[in-house]
Design a protein around this ligand. Structure first.
Ligand code: HBI
Ligand code: FE
Length: 291
């Protein structure tokens, strides 16, 4: 694979981190960053939540090219005590959770090719930096992410990782938030780093938008191959952090006796913000297995 050839001689430490190989970015890599950044900058005011926009501004991440992770880390550390660490790509779950628990966010060093501008299955540095890092400037969200890392280490020992992975998916990656004025906005990084889903998640009548409920989310399978069928809506990061504060051990025990929901299901007890219009004709689709 071309990508592997680009990092096979990096010196990787036991915690899967390495120095950002700044001299390996080509002019084209920087141009891809610039184009992705400008596209989202034009789209996100009024769509991304205020906390994200404030974080982006506070970080001072520029549009001109792939940023220097160390410099961003120094700004981030001043704000919330988090740092960015550079990784070759997806790292094993326990390593990933260990970094989060220590307030270190793993960022993939390489950036996508122009042919994949709109769609990518694995995280690259645009997704990791632009999508994830601005919210780590927010003190409440920063604490939520650390708590998630600690919860991940614990869930692994309780055989409940798939439930906790769904929480990450439907909040950190694909969450929506209702701002105080009632405006629906984006906070999920998978959306914030995607032009097409930034529009779809708010404007399309197709997906369900359901009020966040911890147990409901942990029972819900997810799709990695298409736009989301359901978005869960929080009211604030304080609400999200408080809802996930209790010990999950008894919750995992409870979940063992309960069936999953598919990605498109609506349950009778759901607090529906907007009901998708495509679900009735969507019955033939199988859910892909989630993590
Ligand atoms: N590694 N670099 C990286 N980024 C992730 O988001 C990531 C990972 N390893 C595992 C992982 N995520 C999952 O365990 C979580 O999404 C639950
Ligand atoms: Fe992500």
């Amino acid at each position: 694979m071309a990508l592997a050839a680009r990092y096979d001689d990096l010196v990787i430490r036991p915690d899967h981190t390495h120095d950002q190989p700044r001299d390996r970015y080509t002019p084209e890599d920087h141009a891809v960053w610039r184009d992705l950044f400008r596209r989202q900058a034009a789209l996100l005011p009024g769509r991304a939540c205020d906390e994200f926009l404030a974080g982006l501004k506070g970080l001072g991440v520029a549009s001109d090219g792939v940023p220097d992770f160390e410099r961003l880390s120094d700004v981030l550390e001043q704000a919330t005590g988090w740092r960015i660490v550079c990784v070759p790509g997806l790292v094993p779950d326990d390593i990933f959770f260990g970094h989060l628990a220590a307030r270190r966010f793993p960022v993939t060093w390489w950036i996508r090719q122009r042919a994949q501008l709109d769609y990518l299955q694995e995280p690259d540095c645009f997704h990791d930096i632009y999508g994830h890092v601005p919210l780590l400037m927010n003190p409440v969200f920063a604490d939520y992410m650390q708590a998630y890392g600690k919860g991940g280490l614990k869930a692994a020992g309780l055989n409940a990782l798939h439930h906790l992975a769904r929480l990450y998916w439907y909040t950190v990656e694909f969450g929506l938030i209702e701002q105080k004025n009632g405006d629906l906005r984006i906070y999920g990084s998978g959306i914030l780093s995607s032009k097409t889903e930034s529009i779809f998640c708010l404007d399309s009548p197709a997906p369900n938008r359901i009020r966040f409920d911890l147990m409901r989310v942990m029972r819900t399978r997810y799709r990695i191959d298409t736009f989301q069928k359901t978005y869960f809506v929080i009211r604030s990061f304080d609400d999200l952090f408080n809802a996930t504060r209790p010990d999950f051990t008894p919750l995992y025990a409870q979940l063992r006796g309960q069936p999953d929901f598919t990605a498109a299901d609506i349950a009778p007890q759901d607090d529906v913000v907007t009901r998708g219009t495509l679900n009735a004709t969507d019955g033939g689709w199988g859910d892909t297995a989630d993590a």
